[in-house]
Design a protein around this ligand. Sequence first.
Ligand code: AMP
Length: 215
Amino acid sequence: MLRIILLGAPGVGKGTHAVELSKEFGLVHVSSGDIFRDAIKSGRSIGETLKGYMDKGELVPDRIVNEIIIDRLNRSDCEKGFILDGYPRTINQAKIFDNALQEMEQKIDMVLNLVADEKVIKFRLTGRRICRNCGGNFHIVNIPPKNDGICDYCSGELYQREDDKGGTISNRLTVYKEQTAELISYYREKGILKTINAEVDRLETYRDIVRLLRK
Ligand code: AMP
């Protein structure tokens, strides 16, 4: 049983790897971004608030994020282990999360820090396409669907996330550098950080991660 955090800039590939890892290791994939997008889609009142921050590429306030994610991690399916993608994203979230873990008598086994150059990240973000139906991840060049605009897995319609367009990307990368990157030293000091080169081929990166987790 494993409890893992994936760290790294938006677009570095956390979501893509998390989906594969969750299948291979039998873990629950907990993506804060996906949970928020689902809340928006379902028309719940919190959705309006979340959308306001997300469309601008700003972080949702810690208080809201912590409550939603810790609540999710307390559900029984997470007893088999989880892979966190997109949370925590600030030092404050990490500290609150540490307290919650202590209360749950759990600990994180490994924090995987995925690293790639900013140019590569921007290319991945602008070309990313998501399936409206199953959430499958594609890229118009790197992971093209067999048929244009159609999901390989479920034939759903592929779309471009609003925050993967134009200026919002730059804003998200700035927010990452200013508020999230400091988590790297936070987890390094705890002795659980592993750095992964995510600039190379996706399958090579994936193999490196699996090797680390199987050690
Ligand atoms: P992602 O899908 O991880 O790129 O997240 C999309 C957006 O959701 C981010 O740009 C933030 O607006 C919001 N978000 C996701 N996770 C967090 C978090 N841990 N803290 C604050 N905002 C978040």
